[in-house]
Design a protein around this ligand. Structure first.
Ligand code: MN3
Length: 199
């Protein structure tokens, strides 16, 4: 079964002015779509066409050697971007509350301290990659950065929220100013999505 590009869970102009519809045209319509197309081309006509997306990411090492890197990169980027679209929602929603807010307080001290630490991870990440809030098997929260297509499910942790820090995520709106993109990210962070993943 072929993989498909998921629709954005909001209108293309719904994240403006923080993230423009032009950015989403390129980021969702071109970048993410290309990962899906590449992934389908790599698995077509092979036994891996029956693998789940999660298996393609966590068991890419079992694929033929000449396909491993391409499979991992395109499968993980499909997962990461699908997760990123859901990590965002139009501005104006509520902050974290309930059990997730309590877990953030105990892991980082406060919501503001969490945001500061996540922002630092995202802004100082060298080159292309992702910043994530994750939960480990014991239920503890942590902030991790992954390089390029890196995806935290390969480390057995549960992602709760992510921010794409590849330049294509912010260059149209913010040029080289990754810190400005991160400031605006907090207006869009989807805490309901994070809470659902935490539960
Ligand atoms: Mn991206």
């Amino acid at each position: 079964m072929a993989f498909t590009l998921p629709d954005l869970p909001y209108a293309k102009d719904a994240l403006a002015p923080h993230i423009s519809s032009e950015t989403l045209d390129y980021h969702h319509g071109k970048h993410h779509n290309t990962y899906v197309t590449n992934l389908n081309n790599l698995v077509e006509g092979t036994p891996m066409a029956d693998w789940s997306l999660e298996d393609l990411i966590t068991k890419a090492g079992e694929a033929p050697a000449d396909k491993r890197a391409g499979l991992f990169n395109n499968a993980a980027q499909h997962f990461n971007h699908s997760f990123y679209w859901k990590s965002l929602r139009p501005a104006g929603g509520s902050g974290p509350d309930g059990a997730l807010a309590g877990a953030i307080d105990s892991a980082f001290g406060s919501i503001d301290a969490f945001k500061e630490q996540f922002t630092k991870t995202a802004v100082t990440h060298f080159g292309s990659g992702w910043a994530w809030l994750v939960k480990d098997a014991a239920g503890s929260l942590a902030i991790v950065g992954t390089h390029d297509a890196g995806c935290p499910i390969t480390d057995g942790v549960t992602p709760l929220l992510t921010c794409d820090v590849w330049e294509h995520a912010y260059y149209i709106d913010y040029r080289n100013a990754r810190p400005a993109y991160l400031e605006n990210y907090w207006a869009l962070a989807n805490w309901d999505f994070a809470a659902g993943n935490f539960a």
